[in-house]
Design a protein around this ligand. Structure first.
Ligand SMILES: [Zn+2]
Length: 304
């Protein structure tokens, strides 16, 4: 009897030894029914997953569509790799997290994205107070994404700095609230506003910029063309009505590419440099009128 028990014990020992030489105990992890791999310790693993995914306390998370994770204990061949990090990455991939941010939009262009509504509101209020003359609408929009990297959010201070830098530039380049976003041509200034030269019967009403014949002239600001044709000493002339009682004249052109009634955007090519009308060389006569009176363009553009 004792011999028999001994034999059983020995046999059992041999079997166990073989099992532990060839196999190891693991925990098999599955997510939504799909087997993802092997881990050593379920408790440690669950802690890591929770920290990484479910306990993410980001105030921007609006929902987490989590996956169902199942565990199964088994003995597997020792050459099977433990791939805990890979499994966590897969679970993260399958977990759909929706984030919400707040985008501050100025004049229909998205400017800064911040994390909280209160930051967005503070920013919008400051913009409205300080830049009322160059901002027609300031809005706060909620933006949602499932890709955390889609939007680069900034804190309030950074957003304020970014926006005010841009709006200061717009403010200093705006005539009566019309932003001169584009230099019509680059060239040498040959006659300034107000100058009196022998060729003129009165003080210069615009700014002359010399450039080669045919150089493309771009609209300085958005508006509607109200004149495109020959007009006395201006020669071939384009006049753009920019709104807010601001009109911009582009004179002495060789060619006109727009028609009266056409809407143009800052940067659109509207004409080409020439020397038509009262002109002694190829140049653009650039004139800005506010309420019908010319103003010095260099207060807003071509001043640096
Ligand atoms: Zn001129």
């Amino acid at each position: 009897m004792i011999r028999c028990i001994n034999l059983i014990a020995i046999a059992l020992f041999i079997v166990m030894t073989i099992i532990f030489i060839k196999f190891k105990p693991v925990c098999i992890v599955s997510a939504n029914g799909e087997k993802l791999g092997y881990i050593n310790n379920k408790k440690d693993f669950e802690t890591k997953v929770n920290e990484l995914i479910y306990n993410n306390k980001s105030e921007n998370i609006v929902s987490i569509d989590s996956v169902t994770v199942d565990y199964e204990f088994a003995f597997v061949s020792k050459d099977k790799q433990i791939n805990e990090n890979e499994i966590i990455a897969k679970i993260q991939d399958q977990t759909e997290i929706t984030y919400k941010y707040y985008a501050v939009t100025i004049n229909n262009k998205q400017k800064s994205i911040v994390n909280t509504l209160s930051e967005a509101e503070e920013l919008a209020t400051e913009i409205k107070e300080n830049y009322n003359d160059v901002t027609s609408n300031v809005e706060i929009n909620e933006v949602y994404t499932q890709n955390e990297d889609e939007y680069k959010t900034v804190n309030l201070q950074v957003a304020e700095k970014e926006i005010s830098t841009e709006l200061e530039k717009i403010k200093s380049s705006s005539v009566n609230g019309i932003y001169l976003a584009q230099k019509p041509i680059t060239g040498v200034i040959t006659s300034r506003y107000g100058s009196r030269e022998s060729i003129r019967t009165h003080a210069h009403t615009g700014l002359d910029i010399a450039a080669p014949y045919g150089t493309k002239i771009k609209a300085a600001a958005d508006g509607t063309v109200i004149w495109s044709g020959y007009k006395g000493s201006y020669g071939n002339l384009v006049i753009v009505d920019c709104g807010k009682n601001v009109e911009i004249y582009y004179g002495h052109c060789s060619k006109l590419y727009v028609e009266s009634g056409q809407k143009v955007k800052a940067g659109d090519v509207i004409a080409a440099v020439g020397s038509t009308g009262n002109s002694t060389g190829n140049h653009l006569h650039f004139e800005i009128r506010v309420n019908g009176s010319s103003v010095n363009p260099q207060k807003y553009i071509y001043n640096n």
